[in-house]
Design a protein around this ligand. Structure first.
Ligand code: NOJ
Length: 546
């Protein structure tokens, strides 16, 4: 790739779920002090930037995605001064810092919402949120039939009779993005953090900010397309075209600052084409490619999502990004450990079939990493995937904390299984997550066998997931063909993906049930497992010089 292209076109960004990354003060919850102490680890891993899940002052109804003060750090995680030190230290290590911004909703403890509750129906304060009278003769029915992403209705009624909208938990009231105060406030928050040196933002629920002004009931069939080809029925609150106006204004704010500040959108769009609209010229820089994450372990499906992503994003001049896991979905090692790895749609929660075969999942996760890092564009690593952590699927019900568990009436265990604190060293919990002499156990219990997956246990073991990631990221940095750019598919047997990146690089991934011969090459640069007689076993990938 060109040496002058901005960093975000090819960056490998490491997601720090701060509660579960490293606990500096021994209270069982990860924090900024812990993260600062592990910056050398991230540097050595070879990533370019860290995205940090919300660290702002919050009552933690949704672990920080309910923000009460966007200009301060929650005491659980540290102080504003520590955040400033972290940004500076990360920069010294050559790592960029991308906090999360949560513009769709605030906490119900945010001063604006508190004032709105206090001021009562009809007040100006209520206009910053989405308050409505109820339906039915006594207003006891919600204003419409929208549902919360965490289960149950998306509306809660206050004692004064009015209802307010929350697409997530009741503690997360949705802001009214038709109100100028909301625009002004978020642009000011962006400037607050950009002036403190952050390199960009991950935008939470980027596709949800704008609601249909009349708040109509949901359409009968919620599909990506309805009616004639190319005709899309706009959803009343997801991925509405008007949302892009907000981001064009945000782009201008980012461009006020030197150093290529950038945004990444969390936008669950139905198609790569809809996703590309977020990253058109003058809009956001990048967006998570969830279509890739949601694709099953299938050569045709993967190839088609790769082609569509590159075509749609390329058409608007944006780089692709690739992501396999995050703090909201089952870890991919456990998804891929199912014999039948289905894809799923943005409107669904992933439902695994049968128990995971972790040996199979590990083999596929190793191969998937080589695929992801070889594709054109940027890539995301969710903390712990470089250690080969599986989803913890057997957390006792008594420890579950995700609001989804309660809101679903205990039918959906929620997302805690991918959020278990990660193991650093030692043979028993807390595996170096908390310091010696910690006063509390990790906020979620760690499995008894995670000592073998710790950073310490894997370091120097050439067969480990960690060393595979380290080597892949080193090669990616050094190889002129990798990062931003294009790819060319090469002929391959059914079930095998094989593509070339110029100059001189080939990636091959065997998703079939049969071993396949490696394509012509002058050297094997890296393989996800042992190669015998130049054959690639099922669920294996290799990088070749060719
Ligand atoms: C998406 C975040 O990734 C998720 O963790 C959160 O619960 C919702 N947005 C609501 O903010």
């Amino acid at each position: 790739m060109s040496g002058t292209a901005p960093w975000w076109r090819s960056a490998v960004i490491y997601q720090v779920y701060i509660r579960s990354f490293a606990d500096g003060n021994g209270d069982g919850v990860g924090d900024i002090a812990g993260l600062r102490s592990r910056l050398p680890y991230l540097k050595e891993l070879g990533v370019d930037a860290v995205w940090i899940n919300p660290w702002y002052k919050s009552p933690m109804a949704d672990h920080g995605y309910d923000v009460a003060d966007y200009r301060d750090i929650d005491p659980l995680f540290g102080t504003l001064e520590e955040a400033e030190q972290l940004i500076e230290e990360a920069h010294r290590h050559g790592l960029r810092v991308i906090p999360d911004i949560v513009p769709n909703h605030t906490s119900d403890q945010h001063p604006w919402f508190q004032a709105a509750v206090e001021a009562g129906p009809g007040s100006l304060e209520r206009e910053r949120y989405i308050f409505r009278p109820g339906r039915g003769s006594d207003g006891s029915e919600p204003p419409n039939d929208w549902v919360s992403c965490f289960g149950g209705p998306a509306w809660t009624r206050l004692p004064d009779g009015e209802w307010y909208l929350h697409l997530f938990a009741p503690e997360q009231p949705d802001l009214n993005w038709q109100h100028p105060d909301v625009h002004a406030e978020f642009e000011s928050i962006l400037r607050f953090w950009f002036s403190r040196g952050v390199d960009g933002f991950r935008i939470d629920v980027a596709h949800g900010l704008v609601k249909h002004p009349e708040l109509p009931d949901l359409p009968p069939v919620q599909g990506p397309r309805d009616g004639e080809a190319g005709q899309r029925t706009p959803h009343p609150h997801w991925d509405r075209d008007e949302v892009h106006d907000i981001y064009r204004a945000w782009r201008k704010v980012a461009d006020e600052f030197p150093g290529n500040r950038s945004f990444v959108a969390e936008a669950w769009a139905d198609t790569p084409e809809r996703l590309a609209a977020y990253v058109r010229a003058g809009g956001l820089h990048t967006a998570f490619n969830f279509n890739f994450l949601m694709t099953g372990w299938d050569a045709k499906d993967l190839r088609s999502v790769i082609d569509d992503s590159l075509a749609m994003l390329g058409a608007v001049g944006a780089p692709a990004t690739w992501v396999l896991s995050n703090h909201d979905v089952m870890r991919h090692l456990s998804r891929y450990g199912r014999r039948n790895v289905k894809g799923w749609a943005p409107s669904e929660r992933y439902e695994p079939e049968g128990p995971a075969d972790l040996e199979l999942g590990t083999r596929r996760a190793r191969a998937a990493a080589l695929l992801m890092f070889a594709l054109p564009g940027g890539a995301y690593i969710y903390q712990g995937e470089e250690l080969g952590l599986p989803e913890v699927e057997d957390l006792p019900e008594a420890v579950l904390q995700d609001p989804i568990w309660e809101r679903s009436g205990h039918t959906d265990r929620g997302r805690d299984g991918c959020r278990v604190p990660i193991p650093w060293s030692g043979r028993s919990a807390p595996y170096g997550f908390s310091p010696e002499g910690a006063t509390a156990a990790p906020w979620l219990p760690q499995p008894a066998d995670w000592g073998r997956l710790s950073v310490e246990a894997q370091t120097g073991d050439e067969t480990s997931m960690l060393e595979l990631y380290r080597t892949a990221l080193r090669l990616r940095r050094e190889h002129p063909a990798l990062g931003d750019g294009t790819l060319t598919w090469l002929d391959a047997p059914d079930g095998v993906l094989c593509f070339r990146r110029d100059p001189g690089f080939v990636c091959v991934l065997n998703l079939s049930a049969e071993p396949c011969p490696l394509p012509p090459h002058s050297a094997v640069l890296l393989a996800s497992g042992p190669l015998e007689n130049d054959m690639l076993a099922p669920d294996q990938a290799a990088w070749l010089a060719a």
